[in-house]
Write a protein that binds this ligand. Sequence first.
Ligand code: GUN
Length: 292
Amino acid sequence: MTAKLIDGKAIAQKVKDEVKAEVEKMVAAGKPAPGLATVLVGDRVDSATYVRMKQKACAELGMESYHHHLPGDASQEEVESLVRQLNADPKVNGILVQLPLPDHIDEEKVLQAIDITKDVDGFHPINIGRLAQKGREPLFVPCTPYGVIYLLKESGVQISGANAVVLGRSNIVGMPAALLLVRENATVTIVHSRTKDIPEVVRQADIVVAAIGKMEFVRGDWLKPGAAVIDVGINSKPDPTKKRGYRLVGDVNFDEAKEVAGWITPVPGGVGPMTIAMLMRNTLRAAQIQNP
Ligand code: GUN
């Protein structure tokens, strides 16, 4: 192994410890503890797990969480009306609507209904628009891409002037990660399903962010030696040696990549824990904005 392993779990813990200390200070000063509302529509098992992890993190850091579970056949109006109710609730500093929403719900309208000062996911069109524009500051940055940049900086990877390749152009990860890398002065290429000769594009990259949702897609011989590889993928790979019958792997072939890369994040224990840590950071910031 030549690559340095980026320990997302340890870095996320450091972020959470800092947030916890700030929350303690706020409470000691007589201010209310930050509160996060989570909204789950339907019964997707993965979404329910993610929401539970977010609530658990709130409890660990001394924050309040308020969970709202709507049935999978809830109407557009019911979801938007819940969001408006949370906008008006002073105990709620941050609102997280877990995505994806059921197909019959217009996601953009729901995200647009969130008060931008409570948009701790950073998905409100105004916050995303500001992220894309020079000289504008979003109030919040989407948690997973924010975690990606944080890991690169903590690891001492030079972003300014680097060639960065982002695989995937999702609203949740790929596109905001690319926008953030541009803000950090990287030269950014986005790879997607219509990109020609993906291995050759990836070979130019000093920084690779893999968020394409394909198991072990990025191969070791696609990487420039010394590249920083951030793997956002979470895929279940059948593994009969495991009690549960599978193990989690990323969008990068880790065993090959670790022999070529300069830095690499493991799956699990890389980007995953950072998403929640950055959500906690955003929720603290929301409370600080609302109760200065
Ligand atoms: N689904 C997958 N990732 C996320 C996230 O960061 N926030 C929300 N709200 N939903 C998600």
